[in-house]
Design a protein around this ligand. Sequence first.
Ligand code: PLP
Length: 373
Amino acid sequence: MKIETIAIHEGNKTDSSDRAVIQPITLSTTFERGLDGSYPGGHVYTRASNPNRSSLENVVARLEGGADAAAFSSGNAAGSAVFQSLEPGCHVIAPEDMYHGLRNLLKQVYAGILEFDFVDMSDIAGVRSLIKSNTRLIWIETPSNPLLKISDIREICKIAQAHDILVCCDNTFATPVFQRPLDLGANIVMHSSTKYMGGHSDVLGGVLITKEVDPFWQKVRDVQSLSGAVPSPFDCYMTVRGIKTLPYRMRGHAENAKKIAAFLNTHQAVEAVFYPGLTDHKMHEVAAAQMSDFGGMMSFTIKGTGAQALEVAGNLQVFTQATSLGGVESLVEHRASVEGPGTKTPENLLRISVGLENVDDLIDDLNQALSGL
Ligand code: PLP
């Protein structure tokens, strides 16, 4: 089946007894045993599994071409399950511009449990030079947040495989509509489903998808059910509902983003635009070789100060100034002030999540907000 069909049907397991077209939300936390003590419904207790969660896990596994998936209560909880599944003392190589919440998770919660190094993931030689005998995981995020850097998934996976190292790829920005890391050699894919999968900025979640059901994945599953950072049945329902339109939404986001990137790229008040779809993006060719389109996220620096960048964000009328991304509405964010002290994000940078409004309205809005510079 093609991706549009998978997105609509693979997360919708209906019960033939009442002929509902849409899978209902199963709120029950517990499931009845049969006379022989078995569980004929296939579920025991909702922390371990639930019909809505199983449907969500099924559809995301199919979208990414994986063997299995596990859903969590947030993207960070999904990332944490990967780190928790490593043996203490393992070494992790992660991108220097990793999503700051996950970077802080490693630095603040896993310090003393795991060893880690942060590197520019677009520098393959730099990645190779950090491999040690206890390196067990390379974390990729491509395109990255917020600088839209591109890592070469195939090349990193080749190096990792030669050293028996797992690769987990945060595919939140690209989504399986535009990039399928498991096909390029990754072992695990991670998403903040809060973003494009949910698609409407109204449900938090995270998913992991595995290429193979191996002992590491069994550990991830144990962490999921024993730590219990699982999404509620309602959250799973909402995410499945969002996923049904994911392929069409992603095309709309990318189409609008391309036009906005072209507009910003020639604007006199803009210093630089970071969008992998632009042919002058440093890693455009790698992006084009591993992505079928370039998504709806971009950043740009203005010719001005951090305070002026904040002013531009504040002057926008159609874009809402807020964190997060991937919803139907356009958002703008001054990342440096969100990421706080120690961030490498330039002060004059604004990140935009291009929504599905009419692109002419979005361009007019950017034009009027930049005109004050
Ligand atoms: N990965 C990326 C690329 C993100 O942008 C985010 C959140 O912004 C996360 C992971 C974390 O996801 P969540 O906020 O759902 O925990």
